[in-house]
Design a protein around this ligand. Structure first.
Ligand SMILES: Nc1ncnc2c1ncn2[C@@H]1O[C@H](COP(=O)(O)OP(=O)(O)O)[C@@H](O)[C@H]1O
Length: 287
């Protein structure tokens, strides 16, 4: 394993993006909108204190769990970029670039894109961010394999890994209800979820997140959000990404978060779990 890691090591990240990641270890504090986080369960390694620089967090969780939704809200709140490798893949796939056709085939079968392609897309995104003065990041959808986690570990320190969780039947319903406005790019969800509690776990209700009237005629569904492809993505998650949870659990960085419901119930609880002290007005501004 060590040999593979050595082989793949930083060469997969261009030198600029490595320097960006390294430099982001010593840059500005969390933006004024929120107080610096401290962690009740102290998942941080000793000597690493996120209060003196922008956060470097990873979001894990099955397809449809809401990584994008919560990462995007925290991005606004903390003033750090939300970087979704799924979005990077879709941008490339919708471009007329040389990878477009190959990516469409992989994504629409619910498979994972190769580590090399993902790391190249992520490097480019980090470099573009660096040019704009970005620092810190909330990674959504990366790492998704232990190999990706090892490569990331070689180039920078991740402070915290937030593992969002929902029961599998809800994940399928949520993916099937997902809609995107092809003009403004915002995400909505037409599913109305009312799952009964099972084996002592509480029931979960989620109201639909409906689009405003001007988006209704422009809604599209992701080609990989069909029932068969969602089930394959869940299978691939359990196979390739569950070990990533274990990777970070062993490092003491994993914060498990069972979503109690939709955004109104989950968002305040997530802020509480992160010990983010948000002022009333600011919190609603970020929501
Ligand atoms: N880190 C990654 N490694 C490999 N493939 C990825 C990665 N991130 C995204 N992809 C590809 O992009 C697709 C969409 O990703 P994403 O939007 O994160 O989906 P999901 O809703 O399943 O979490 C994935 O099914 C996969 O094909």
């Amino acid at each position: 394993m060590a040999a593979i890691t050595r082989l793949l090591k930083p060469s997969h990240f261009s030198s600029t993006s490595i320097s960006f990641m390294r430099r982001s270890l010593s840059t500005a504090a969390v933006s004024e909108t929120a107080k610096s986080p401290s962690y009740p369960h102290n998942p941080l390694p000793s000597g690493v204190d996120p209060s003196g620089r922008n956060v470097q967090w990873v979001f894990l969780g099955c397809p449809g769990v809401g990584k994008g939704t919560y990462a995007s809200r925290l991005s606004t709140l903390l003033g750090v970029p939300h970087i979704s490798t799924g979005d990077l893949v879709r941008e490339e796939l919708n471009s007329s670039g040389p990878l477009s056709q190959q990516l469409a085939e992989i994504v629409n079968q619910g498979k994972l894109v190769s580590d090399e392609i993902i790391i190249s897309l992520l490097s480019k995104r980090l470099e573009a961010g660096e040019a704009k003065g970005e620092s810190g990041f909330l990674l959504d959808g990366f790492p998704r394999t232990v190999r990706q986690a090892e490569i990331l570990d070689d180039v920078t320190d991740i402070d915290l890994v937030i593992n969002l969780k929902l029961p599998e039947n809800i994940l399928v319903e949520k993916c099937l209800g997902r809609r995107i406005c092809n003009q403004c790019g915002k995400n909505f969800n037409v599913a109305s979820i009312n799952a009964k509690g099972e084996n002592g776990s509480p029931g979960i209700s989620m109201a639909p997140l409906l689009p405003p009237s001007h988006c209704i005629s422009k809604l599209i569904t992701r080609a990989d959000d069909t029932e068969a492809v969602v089930k394959e993505r869940l299978r691939v998650y359990n196979d390739k990404s569950l070990p990533v949870e274990e990777f970070y659990r062993t490092q003491g960085k994993l914060l498990e978060f069972d979503l109690p419901g939709g955004i109104p119930e989950s968002w305040p609880k997530l802020l509480e779990a992160l010990n983010l002290d948000v002022h009333e007005g600011k919190q609603s501004a970020a929501a």
